[in-house]
Design a protein around this ligand. Sequence first.
Ligand code: ZN
Ligand code: MN
Length: 248
Amino acid sequence: MRASEMTWQEYRDCIATSIIFLPVGAMEQHGPHLPLSVDMILPARMSELAAEQVGGIVLPTIPYGYKSQPTSGGGQRFPGTTSLNGNTLINVVLDILRETYRHGGRRFVVYNGHYENAMFLTEAIDLFVSAAPDARVMLLDETLLISDEMLDELFADCGFPGWDLEHAAVIETSLMQYFAPELVREDRIVDGQIKREMPYAIFPPPDDVIPESGVLYKATFASREKGEKYVKHVLPKIVEVVRRELGV
Ligand code: ZN
Ligand code: MN
């Protein structure tokens, strides 16, 4: 199912008929308790689980994303947060879609794992399909598929802060505890918050909007059980929308 582990003949024989997942991540700080690769690992694992069910192929994850913003990822000041310019990201995604199309790929799911990537992925996909009219691409951010009831349940004990502030916090920590517990520093989980909320952005960002730990909300409310519950809730929804829109 992973394209990179296929031979070229195996790839050739299934690329035209398969749903092709392209996970797009980021190399970004995720607090003192999570690795820089959270935004790569989560979309890759979710893509693999979904691909398994729809007979899909998963392309290698794009490990870098658009610049981290203070109120959704802590911003660019953290060592390790390594980002692309918007044009670079657009061109990387566009090149990969075009190459895969040249091999025969027609149906794609671009699976976004990093909040700040969204409009750059939209642009890459729009440029791609305008020159490939028989291609069909879904841009997927699974958080938008979570029902209000499930949100109420997952955040019953601490309240839902909004997806932008949910960085290195309840859901990402819970999902890492579920998918990759060996990468979670359990003894370093902390609650964090933005010191000053601004209904606008200032460039360069003032010191007091950068969260000290890199955690934007209450990571201590995370658990492996919440991670499992989240995946079991959202995976069937992903499979359903992929089947409906891309026809499997
Ligand atoms: Zn993240
Ligand atoms: Mn991110």
